[in-house]
Design a protein around this ligand. Structure first.
Ligand SMILES: Nc1ncnc2c1ncn2[C@@H]1O[C@H](COP(=O)(O)OP(=O)(O)OP(=O)(O)O)[C@@H](O)[C@H]1O
Ligand SMILES: [Mg+2]
Length: 433
């Protein structure tokens, strides 16, 4: 394979590997004396009209992903072209990707599997919150550095869809890690990444993929309809708790899966939480002693409080009334309703359902709280958080050049937050494009 001497200002030092889109080189930035990895895009992918559109997508995504800053994400430094060859410049990872480790026959203990997947989920929680979906989670894109740190590569780098690849006459990579909605060519969201992460977890735990087949078509069929065997049925060393986690992560229906990376990660962490054995009985004694002390303190505090109350009721009526007029006490029923609504609102917020033309969403639920309790601090803060994430998401869509989606966001913002300054900013952004 012939190798260029330079790409832009970068000196080429060797080939790191080859993927579906082109060759990845080891490079050197002479200006700041830094070793980098340079991913080139094969010219044959860009010859057509679709190729030119693809180039725009690469540029837009590089802008969005270039701003990501996370220890578990391979950073993107630059996107440029040299003599018609587009290339991404990335952080050079000294280590190995999971795929080659698996090829070398490396086995992972459940604890190692949890640690690796938890790091992937930490990275995903960060980008999903910014509205960036990876779309290609697979062992080849997960690196373990020499310092045992996990790094996720190819973040959000524009994917060529199956249909597009077929039209370009290119060979499709394995669909083993794709979600059912991805196989069907439907629009994907963060939950598709969580499905693919579930596939990676399964493979790490049992050493084989959950969805197999002779060819692309057979694998896709399996992703869409097969129920993989429980991990513990393959290997007794795999704790049974993983069976339910895998079942949920690999649910065919999007709504049945983990809805957030954080939710998935929490479930995993519980499996490897330190066992309560050995010193467990001592711990239980300690807990009991602390509980008795706390209860004793609570009873004493209660008696003191009651005494204070009795003294207060003994005060003149006028004074007591002034104190009460600070705000009528809310009925237990209303308080319970508010708690319930706040729970719904916060779950929607975590799941990214901020506002919507129809259906339940975080904004609406926070507003319902304020209808009962106009000063509720959690709801007031919640609405601010919804707005800020909503506008951030709209700005990112604008950066990605998703005009239609930005227009939808603007229409919603005009309706829901007409007085917010950021509406004007978004409108200007759209007219600039
Ligand atoms: N940032 C990097 N640092 C070091 N090596 C890298 C880096 N990015 C990629 N590589 C190496 O280059 C190889 C090819 O990577 P590339 O992302 O093109 O393909 P892939 O992830 O294996 O498959 P696909 O193209 O389907 O995503 C990888 O297997 C890896 O060994
Ligand atoms: Mg890759």
């Amino acid at each position: 394979m012939s190798q260029p001497q330079t790409l832009g200002k970068y000196q080429i030092q060797g080939i790191l590997g080859k993927g579906a889109m082109g060759v990845v080189y080891k490079g050197f930035d002479p200006n700041i004396a830094r070793v980098v990895a340079i991913k080139t895009i094969h010219a044959s992918l860009l010859d057509t009209d679709m190729g030119r559109e693809l180039l725009n997508r690469f540029r837009n995504e590089a802008q969005a992903v270039g701003r990501l800053n996370h220890a578990n994400i391979v950073a993107i430094y630059e996107f440029d072209q040299d003599h018609g060859t587009p290339y991404f410049v990335m952080e050079f990872v000294e280590g190995q990707d999971l795929k080659s480790l698996q090829k070398d026959g490396r086995k992972f203990t459940p604890e190692e599997a949890v640690n690796i997947v938890s790091a992937i989920l930490t990275a995903l929680a960060y980008t999903h919150q910014l509205g960036i979906v990876h779309r290609d989670i697979k062992p080849a894109n997960v690196f373990i550095t020499h310092h045992n740190q996990i790094k996720l590569a190819d973040f959000g780098i524009a994917r060529v869809d199956n249909a597009e690849l077929t039209q370009m006459g290119s060979v499709l990579g394995t669909p083993s890690y794709m979600s059912p909605e991805q196989c069907k060519g439907m629009k994907v969201d963060a939950r598709s990444d969580l499905f693919s992460t579930g596939v990676v977890l399964y493979e790490l735990l049992v050493g084989r993929k959950p969805f197999g087949g002779e060819n692309t078509h057979a694998i896709m069929h399996s992703v869409l309809s097969a129920e993989p065997a429980r991990p513990s049925s393959h290997d007794k060393a795999v704790p049974k708790e993983f069976d339910d986690i895998i079942k949920k992560a690999l649910a065919k229906k999007i709504e049945d899966r983990y809805q957030t990376a954080e939710g998935f990660r929490t479930a995993l962490q519980k499996v490897i939480a330190p066992p309560q054995s050995g010193g467990g009985s001592l711990n239980r004694w300690l807990v009991a002693v602390v509980l008795v002390l706390v209860l004793g303190a609570a009873v004493a505090a209660g008696m003191w409080f009651k005494k204070q109350q009795d003294q207060r009721f003994a005060q003149p009526v006028a004074e007591t009334q002034t104190q009460q007029s600070a705000g009528p006490a809310m009925s237990a029923e209303a308080q319970a309703k508010i708690e319930r609504l706040l729970g719904v609102a916060e779950a929607h917020f975590k799941g990214g359902r901020l506002v919507s033309p129809q259906g339940s969403n975080a904004f609406e639920a926070f507003q319902l709280v304020l209808a009962t309790d106009p000063q509720n601090a959690r709801a007031l803060q919640g609405i601010e958080d919804v707005k800020s994430r909503f506008f951030k998401r709209a700005q990112l869509l604008a950066v990605e050049g998703q005009r239609e989606d930005v227009e939808k966001h603007l229409a919603l913002a005009e309706k829901l937050f007409p007085t917010d300054d950021r509406v004007e900013l978004l409108r200007n952004r759209l007219t600039e494009q």
